[in-house]
Ligand binder design. Structure first.
Ligand SMILES: NC(=O)c1ccc[n+]([C@@H]2O[C@H](COP(=O)([O-])OP(=O)(O)OC[C@H]3O[C@@H](n4cnc5c(N)ncnc54)[C@H](OP(=O)(O)O)[C@@H]3O)[C@@H](O)[C@H]2O)c1
Length: 276
């Protein structure tokens, strides 16, 4: 059975999904990108994260092609630009995303980051989209603990908060991860292999080799250790996809977790939320 995490409404999703940033930017790569997402789905990583921003809609078109004929088995996440996140703008952006994705509903629709539109307007639009069945759930991305409190105060719900989190970016452990755990909000770790850098990290590679896995597999397994966090690595190369899937089968022992803590220390105090 694939380890899963529970979104706020009890929807179970696999603890590793698939990212799509930089997909859909070049037509020559489209075939490989569609094949990559399909391979990930075949391996059980059936949550796909995308956004209207990625390739200015191009990534959503890649996803649409990858999920054609198998939509019901996929949990689709997309995001609205902050400058589109007005009451009418959110709904129009969602409708454009639905057309590109070739589906009638998005499973989890996120505000990509906090902009200048009052949160209450975005929340009202999200609630309307749920009522009309265009989205099933909604949430946020790049929100720190204070932003989360403001979102809730504006009447918002959050199936998830998608934030930058990996071995080298542990600031959220200070207050955001505890806030999310206490409020039943799951966390999606984006850039979980630091856009490929952790895969080439020598010390991490050494620890991973002792387990017979790649550094990327170890980095991903580490992000999942607390139960309330899932990861959404992006990979096009088939061996990367398989390594990422392997993280779901890797259980990290306390001695290894301690070694990772020494090499990649957690925060010693509050830090501003890191974003890419
Ligand atoms: N909400 C936000 O603001 C936000 C921001 C950033 C990202 N995201 C989401 O999170 C997803 C993941 O983040 P990301 O794309 O920035 O970075 P990432 O997943 O940490 O890294 C992607 C890069 O790492 C490589 N890679 C993946 N698996 C690997 C492995 N097992 N071994 C070696 N290299 C590997 C990929 O190469 P190949 O593609 O060549 O296989 C790609 O170049 C995004 O795609 C996007 O969906 C959200």
């Amino acid at each position: 059975m694939i380890p899963s995490i529970r979104l706020a409404d009890a929807t179970e999703v696999p603890a590793i999904g698939q990212g799509t940033w930089h997909m859909g930017e070049r037509s020559a790569r489209k075939h490989d990108e569609v094949s990559a997402l399909r391979l990930g789905l075949d391996l059980g990583m059936n949550l796909i994260d995308t956004a209207e921003m990625y390739g200015e809609g191009g990534a959503e078109q890649v996803v649409g092609e990858a999920i054609a004929g198998r939509r019901d088995g996929v949990v689709l996440v997309s995001k609205v630009y902050p400058h589109n996140a007005t009451r009418a703008g959110t709904i129009a952006a969602c409708e454009r995303s639905l057309r590109r994705l070739g589906t009638d509903r998005i499973d989890v629709y996120l505000l990509h980051w906090r902009g200048s539109v009052p949160l209450a307007e975005t929340v009202a639009a999200m609630e309307r989209l749920v009522e009309t069945g265009k989205i099933r759930h909604y949430g946020v991305s790049n929100f720190d603990a204070a932003d989360m409190a403001d979102w809730v105060a504006a009447g918002g719900r959050a199936a998830t908060n998608q934030v930058l989190y990996n071995l080298g970016r542990r600031g959220v452990e200070w207050d955001l991860l505890p806030w999310c755990r206490d409020h039943g909000v799951s966390v999606m770790a984006y850039s979980p292999v630091e856009q490929g850098d952790l895969a080439d990290h020598a010390a991490l590679g050494g620890l991973a080799a002792e387990l017979g896995v790649s550094a990327a597999t170890l980095a991903l397994a580490w992000t999942l250790r607390q139960g309330n966090v899932m990861a959404i690595p992006k990979a096009v190369q088939p061996d990367h996809i398989r390594q990422n899937r392997a993280a779901l089968d890797l259980v990290l022992q306390p001695a290894l977790l301690a070694a990772l803590d020494r090499r990649f220390p957690g925060p010693k105090g509050p830090e501003p939320l890191a974003m890419l």
